[in-house]
Design a protein around this ligand. Structure first.
Ligand code: APR
Ligand code: ZN
Ligand code: ZN
Length: 280
């Protein structure tokens, strides 16, 4: 979040260890008993500075590394208040991405998907207009393009545990207040989005997790398309979507018995898990 000191983020999720273990730092590859080669940043008021000798241990996974190396890695990223352990990828805090502003719409379709004959289909439509890259993107100030938008995606609608009408009643428009000041959900048209937290089938849960991922700007990013080689364009960000409904020419269609497990693990690797759906 804005105004948050980077050092505070490091100190929130890492504790100083007194005796450096006889290991190498996974970031700089130097022994932990030697200092980090990064310098202590100029001290700001009210904050505790981190010295080059400081070795930190992540509070959950327990991996150790130079705290200043971790600080440098954090400062190199989107500085969203979250950390990811470079050893095991455990996420601390809420990871957010760099997806440009746009719209996620959810509809229900009566037709069944191949492999899911007993239910209808959820259709997700992502719309992102072209724009200028922000400071979080590879080439700030340069334009980015958007190919193949709106992108249509499909999920089986086998939510046995609840009766929810989807018919166009979800619309997430994601806007920005300021450059770095975080996100706001702008109501687009009358019906606003809702996050469902109870009685979800596995696929119903995937839909809700995709909404969380969208709000955290994790579905797309700006970069180079591996399909077309185009730079400075909006691309998928590692959470696979099914973009073919009745055919499977691209490999991104149905049937795919592994899709559910795969997409759940891709969501989890971005820090989007079942826990995100628990009521506070
Ligand atoms: N549908 C869904 N996912 C796809 C598709 C597709 N048609 N093509 C590639 N992907 C997956 C890839 O497997 C990879 O994991 O997206 C990831 C990023 O691939 P890029 O080619 O870099 O992504 P992008 O350029 O955004 O997409 C390529 O996806 O939805 C379509 O219209 C889009 O044709 C474009 C294609
Ligand atoms: Zn180091
Ligand atoms: Zn770890």
């Amino acid at each position: 979040p804005p105004g948050q000191r980077s050092e505070d983020v490091i100190q929130r999720y890492m504790e100083v260890v007194a005796d450096a273990p006889e290991e190498d730092c996974i970031i700089c590859m130097e022994q932990l008993s030697n200092p980090s080669s990064y310098e202590t940043p100029p001290s700001e008021e009210g904050g505790q500075s981190i010295v080059p000798e400081a070795v930190g241990k992540f509070i959950k996974c327990g991996h150790t590394l130079h705290m200043l190396c971790m600080l440098a890695m954090y400062n190199n990223g989107t500085k969203d208040g979250s950390l990811q352990c470079p050893s095991c990828k455990t996420i601390y805090g809420e990871k957010t991405g760099t997806q440009p502003k746009g719209k996620m719409e959810i509809y229900s379709v009566g037709q069944s998907l191949p492999g899911h004959p007993d239910c209808g289909t959820i259709q997700i439509i992502y719309s992102i207009p072209p724009g200028l890259q922000g400071p979080e993107h590879p080439n700030p100030g340069q334009p980015f393009t958007c190919r193949g938008f709106p992108r249509f995606c499909f999920l089986p609608d086998n939510n046995k545990g609840r009766k929810v009408k989807h018919g166009g009643d979800f619309c997430f428009t994601l806007g920005f207040n300021h450059k770095r000041s975080g996100l706001s959900l702008l109501p687009a048209g009358t019906p606003t989005c809702r996050l469902h937290t109870r009685g979800l089938s596995a696929h119903g849960q995937v839909l809700e997790l995709l909404k969380v991922a969208w709000m955290r700007r994790l579905i797309f990013t700006v970069g180079t398309s591996s399909t077309t080689g185009e730079h400075d364009t909006v691309v998928w960000n590692g959470i696979h979507h099914k973009t073919e409904m009745m055919s499977n020419l691209s490999g991104h269609g149905y049937p795919d018995p592994n899709y559910l497990d795969n997409v759940l693990s891709e969501l989890a690797s971005q820090g989007v898990t079942e826990d995100c759906l628990k009521p506070p």
